[in-house]
Write a protein that binds this ligand. Sequence first.
Ligand code: TYD
Ligand code: MG
Length: 457
Amino acid sequence: MAKIKVKTTFFCQSCGAQYDKWVGKCASCNEWNTIVEEVVSKPNPNDIKATFNTNRTSKPQQLDNIELSDIPRIKLPGTELNRVLGGGLVPGSLILFGGDPGIGKSTLMLQMSLRLKGHKILYVTGEESEQQTKMRADRIGNKNPDCYILTETSTQNIFHHIKELQPEILVIDSIQTLHTTTIDSSPGSISQVRECTSELMRYAKETNTPVFLIGHITKDGHIAGPKILEHMVDVVLQFEGDRNHIYRLLRSIKNRFGSTNELGIYEMHGAGLREVDNPSEILISNKEEQLSGTAIGATMEGNRPLLIEIQALVSSAAYGTPQRSTTGFDGKRLNMLFAVLEKRCGFRLATKDVFLNIAGGLKVNDPSIDLAVISAILSSGEDIYIGSNNCFSAEVGLSGEIRPISRIDQRIMEAEKLGFDKIFISKYNKKGITAANHKIEIIFVSKVEEVFGHLFG
Ligand code: TYD
Ligand code: MG
């Protein structure tokens, strides 16, 4: 009997580059050990024709002659998702929605499907059964006769149901569970994910139907599957947050129809996700108690100013080597700030344990919270309370200088809105303040020592 010959190809799991034989290092993305063999078979030309409109022609045009029709965007329920998408859902757009397992991707998508009124929406799940989805929907507690649930993983079957149902929006949960019969490799493999995505892309563009694809994330925080997935789709959204905290951040990493600076903030509740309109108010805990070791910093998350509480605990090291531990803040940056404190302020930290925590489980990379971090550490070390009416927004340099930061007006306004009386900023930010008549007292400082003169006398 003749041996059945299976066609295999080697793919880089990181960038999707294709090779005829195994190699140790991908020549395209320079990653080591990412090449994996996969079984593929040539797509059947008839299958391709079934979804691919080949007789479409277009001719070159001058930009001036192209008419700009205002794309009517579909308004989704709630303000956060609309804002992050750039003002609503664009028809025919393909949106990749990634995030860690258990962060709430399925919850957000199902909640959107159940709250959207007046548009027929199909939610395809390959991960959970209909009963499980129903249980989740009951928790969320909305009913929508226009929302249809389908448990299916084969794209051919999904397209068959789509033809009958004619949905206006499609949600796929998740792209890694889908498989197409045109390729033999197993679901979740690079070639399957890529082929399924391109089939869904053709569907989205041809029928002008927006498609949401939920995608898994790898250990190091990238969307699983080839990087080219991110190139194929129009929008990449990411859901972030600490699973042990209730806050979730919705960020757009790529958006062909809007800015990527927008940020949505949600809280996970017993009954689904709730939008947070005024995050700063929640992130700052009780102002009444006079505790040392806390300081408020004004940071930016995308386009939104955010006031966050920084908590520090400085205590004598019980064992030989002092411990330095941070949550939500870069440990290396903290060590740098320690060095500045030692050298510039004569503050002895070598024999102290220092713990630093950013309230609410947020991760902050913005250096504008440096001054608040330093203040919290000193406040705890000296056991002196920093008045709850003070906040800080400045970067600290290696020589102890207070450096200016961007968008100072927005931060000052947010601090003012939340009722702070004083904000400490760099004196080099003076020029950048354009809005006149801030009610809040602005204290311009140029050295770390000056700040402590103000705070601790
Ligand atoms: P899920 O949407 O399944 O995450 P993903 O699809 O990103 O893997 O979210 C699961 C978590 O959310 C789970 O740990 C339970 C929690 N959850 C709530 O707290 N309240 C709710 O109403 C729902 C539906 C889920
Ligand atoms: Mg899920």
